[in-house]
Design a protein around this ligand. Structure first.
Ligand code: URA
Ligand code: SF4
Length: 210
């Protein structure tokens, strides 16, 4: 299966998923969106009111601010993948529960494996907790860390920066650093070719001999 097909398959599964209680309150699940060969994946928390209505990530106020921040980094939404740790809206936008995070993680893991991004940017504490358990966002934001075959950067959640104006300069600065950090990640990983172009070289018939 190509990366595009894998992402479409995951979106289909998510649309009817009942693996955690959040399916009760969702209108539309939000699998996430963006090119299958994205070099950068943004991972937020979970769908809010507008995302639940439209089935698309970051389309409300936080999404508008995210679009501005992407422009700050010279990026367009269509250049990157954007999704969340939980694909269905928690009622009243409450925090996702541990069992909801663990039930939904399988989808995110498969999305990451399919896209194979160079950089994962965590937005908010739940996605940060996946890669940097116990880290404090106030001291780690904007720093790029190697995690396995890619890099992870924790950033403030755009909604947090909207509510606490004091965070706004910091999040703007972190996004402005992104082009430089992406160059560093490309150089360190030595794979500047987008992953979707990297089709398996083995002949499938050969593999089936084993
Ligand atoms: N906040 C999130 O964390 N994710 C969204 O998709 C929208 C708002
Ligand atoms: Fe399934 Fe994730 Fe939605 Fe829970 S939040 S029902 S695990 S897609």
């Amino acid at each position: 299966m190509s990366a595009e097909e894998t992402l479409a398959q995951i979106a289909k599964e998510v649309s009817t998923c009942r693996k955690c209680a959040l399916y009760h309150s969702r209108k539309l699940s939000v699998p996430g969106e963006g090119p299958a060969n994205s070099e950068i994946m943004f991972i937020g928390e979970g769908p809010g009111f507008y995302e639940n209505e439209q089935g698309r990530p970051f389309v409300g106020a936080a999404g508008n601010f995210l679009n501005e921040l992407l422009a700050e980094a010279g990026l367009k939404r269509s250049d990157v993948w954007i999704g969340n740790v939980v694909k269905c809206r928690p009622p009243g936008n409450r925090d996702p529960l541990p069992e909801e995070l663990s039930a939904c993680d399988e989808y995110l893991e498969r999305q990451i494996a399919a896209i194979n991004p160079k950089i994962i940017i965590t937005l908010g504490r739940y996605s940060m907790g996946k890669y940097m358990p116990g880290a404090k966002i106030s001291s780690t934001h904007g720093q790029m860390r190697r995690v396995g075959d890619r890099f992870v950067i924790a950033m403030f959640h755009p909604a947090a920066a909207l509510h606490q104006v004091a965070l706004k300069p910091a999040i703007m600065k972190d996004f402005a650093q992104l082009p430089k950090l992406l160059e560093q990640a490309r150089a360190a990983l030595k794979r500047s070719v987008p992953s979707a172009a990297e089709e398996p070289k083995e002949d499938p018939k050969q593999l089936s001999l084993f």
